[in-house]
Design a protein. Sequence first.
Length: 321
Amino acid sequence: MIHAKGLARTFKTRSGTVEAVRGVDFDVEPGELVGFLGPNGAGKTTTLRMLTTLLQPTSGSATVAGHDLASDPISVRRSIGYVGQGGSSTPELIVGEELALQGRFYGLSNAEAQQRGGELAAALDLAGLDKRKFGTLSGGQKRRLDIAMGLIHSPQLVFLDEPTTGLDPQSRANLWNHIRSLNADHGMTVFLTTHYLEEADALCDRLLVIDKGQIVAEGSPDELKRQVSGDSVELSVHGGAEGAERAVSVAKRLDGAHEFTVDGESVRFRVPRGDEALPTLLRNLDAEGISLASVGVHRPTLDDVFLAMTGRSLRDAEEGA
């Protein structure tokens, strides 16, 4: 459905040339729900804009929905749906009229546009809102209308650019369900950009992780998390720095324990299976007379993957963007 080879985009600025995307290679097969994950400024939106014909690549090539990006952009546009970050409606427009107008732009007859708009309104919990002005809708309703407009022409492939940014947790969870349904129930290929770790983990069959314009990791959420070596165990002990060092000595007896860090009375390390190592660790600490304040085991997260691949936390990168 998407086949990109060496896709790159540079921009000229007063201070020089900026390499926003630096030769990415990836494939998306029909029926996949693929997440494009990375912090702001990583190249996500630039890549998306190239794939949707909104921006010409500086170099490289791609086919999208079976059509060459460079030689046949019109066929690409006819075959895809695109939902941008900022929305596409003005407050005064009427929901039903906006959907029908979008359908007419794609060559549907008025009757076809009305029928398709009604189907999408029912599928995306917009039924009964056709006479409402866009400006009166909630944030979640506005985003679902944006998606409906991107699907009005029944595309083979839909691009969703940060679809849940700015939504409250309940609206975000509701939109996740609709995105899952598009893929699972209707067989639509979905290419979704996001910087929300939990969104990528919850929704996507496969992830492409981009940083500084390059793909740094690829695989299912579970596959990527398995690349991080083991579960994280965190201990907080009584007895100051001396107590922490004694706890490290005990923890080092565990099979496969590695990556030890000490911060005051806190100790962190990794083991292959934290749930299996914890009972032995607790017995050994007790036998050595080391008093625990707290203990926790954490499975690897997508942020751990990003940290392992780039040397920085995705959450920190996002907060500093």
